[in-house]
Design a protein around this ligand. Structure first.
Ligand SMILES: NC(=O)c1ccc[n+]([C@@H]2O[C@H](COP(=O)([O-])OP(=O)(O)OC[C@H]3O[C@@H](n4cnc5c(N)ncnc54)[C@H](O)[C@@H]3O)[C@@H](O)[C@H]2O)c1
Ligand SMILES: [Zn+2]
Length: 376
């Protein structure tokens, strides 16, 4: 890992996407610097800040004050917290407020919150006036390491998650690592599953570093900043290589096929399972399935499970509270999530820690027998 990271507490990851290039700043105290950082980069002096009811009482005042100091007039939109907010109804409220605030194309929409607020605000920024500037101030670990980077925005449909949206890259991402101190331990752990994911995709050294340093990452300070910066860099690299997911960006879905099926099976009830927990169980399943297909050693699956368990994440379907539907129903959810071509599925599989790949010829019959073994 990069030793220079602890020398300065602020890290910058640049996302070189040509005219859509932007910086991700990571470190303490960034909420209070939002106005100054925006004023340095954007011409507009109007903004609409979109946030949720949990985050607003904690950070909205400080953010608005920092905009005021930089001469940026800001309107506030406070939406309910939770996945259900990613709906047309709340999108409409957000768009109306952005227009009411007379935000023009060089002005910006600012998302202050977790991935729910980031996805919805980014969509609003992408469609109001056919696109206004967009700034992400992610406040959950998941949003800081994953959803705020890469430009995927959207809302949910009754047909499934994230089915309605646009690609709209942010102009700036400010990941204030101090705000993570108010995040619940459960949400922090769930975000950590995505951090570990980057190691498992193609960075075995990062995974080993996390095994050795996870306690320091959870405690905060420079190890936390280092882990977030490494994650943003990993995501940025994938996004730059394949912005619109024609190929390699799919690797970011490691553990997500099984994870999404479990989220659907629990009706997106966050008291039973949150996304990162589904991803944790899903990553263990992906490694076990790869071992079953003789692609990887079962020792790798055990090593992945050991680490995720150690940090306090669930790693087995049986740990999900309440009854799960039978393997056949999980399989239906998987098939719905994917294109099934003549009985073959596309999956992210692995040859070992940090050696994942896109496999587009996985027999559905193997998946269903595996699921029956795991969830008899
Ligand atoms: N666009 C993408 O590329 C992408 C990638 C991954 C996930 N996502 C989306 O992200 C969403 C999940 O994001 P999430 O896990 O951040 O969920 P979330 O936005 O619901 O946040 C989780 C909870 O933490 C609260 N919270 C957030 N920051 C806080 C803070 N600093 N202090 C106290 N409480 C705080 C929120 O109010 C919420 O209750 C999903 O909708 C998922 O589809 C998008
Ligand atoms: Zn995820």
């Amino acid at each position: 890992m990069n030793a220079t990271i602890s020398a300065s507490s602020l890290q910058t990851v640049h996302v070189p996407l040509g005219e859509r290039a932007y910086d991700i700043l990571i470190g303490p105290g960034l909420v209070a610097r939002t106005g100054a950082e925006i004023a340095l980069r954007l011409k507009g002096r109007k903004a609409a800040v979109i946030t949720d009811e949990n985050v607003a009482p904690l950070y909205l005042e400080a953010l608005i004050a920092s905009l005021g100091e930089a001469g940026i007039a800001a309107a506030e939109v406070v939406l309910p917290a939770g996945e259900k907010t990613k709906s047309f109804e709340h999108l409409m409220t957000a768009c109306d407020k952005v227009l009411e605030a007379r935000v023009e194309r060089n002005d910006c929409v600012i998302a202050l919150g977790g991935g729910v607020i980031g996805d919805l605000s980014g969509f609003a920024a992408g469609i109001v006036r056919r696109g206004v500037r967009f700034v992400q101030v992610p406040t959950s670990l998941l949003a800081q390491v994953d959803s705020s980077v890469g430009g995927k925005t959207g809302i949910n449909s009754r047909h499934g998650k994230n089915l309605i949206g646009v690609f709209h890259q942010p102009d700036l991402v400010l990941a204030d690592t101090d705000v993570l101190n108010t995040l619940s331990e459960r949400e922090f752990r769930a975000g950590y599953a995505e951090v570990a994911k980057y190691g498992l995709i193609d960075k075995p050294d990062f995974f080993a570093w996390l095994e050795a340093n996870w306690k320091a990452v959870f405690a905060g300070g420079s190890a936390r900043i280092e882990a977030i910066a490494a994650s943003c860099q990993a995501k940025a690299d994938v996004v730059v290589a394949d912005e619109r997911e024609n190929g390699q960006r799919a690797l970011l879905n490691l553990g997500h096929t099984f994870g999404h099926a479990l989220e659907a099976a629990t009706a997106y009830d966050s008291s039973r399972l949150v996304h990162g927990e589904g991803v944790s169980i899903g990553m263990v399943l992906a490694h076990e399935f790869s071992a079953r297909m003789n692609l990887a050693s079962p020792d790798d699956a055990r090593r992945v499970e050991r680490h995720l368990k150690e940090v306090g994440l669930p790693t087995r379907m049986a740990e999900i509270p309440g009854e799960l539907p039978p393997a056949e129903t999980l399989m239906d959810a998987i098939a719905q999530d994917k294109k099934v071509k003549s009985g073959k599925l596309t999956f992210i599989l692995t040859r070992g820690i940090g050696q994942s790949f896109v496999a587009d010829d996985v027999p559905a019959s193997e998946v269903i027998s595996f699921l029956r073994e795991k969830h008899p």
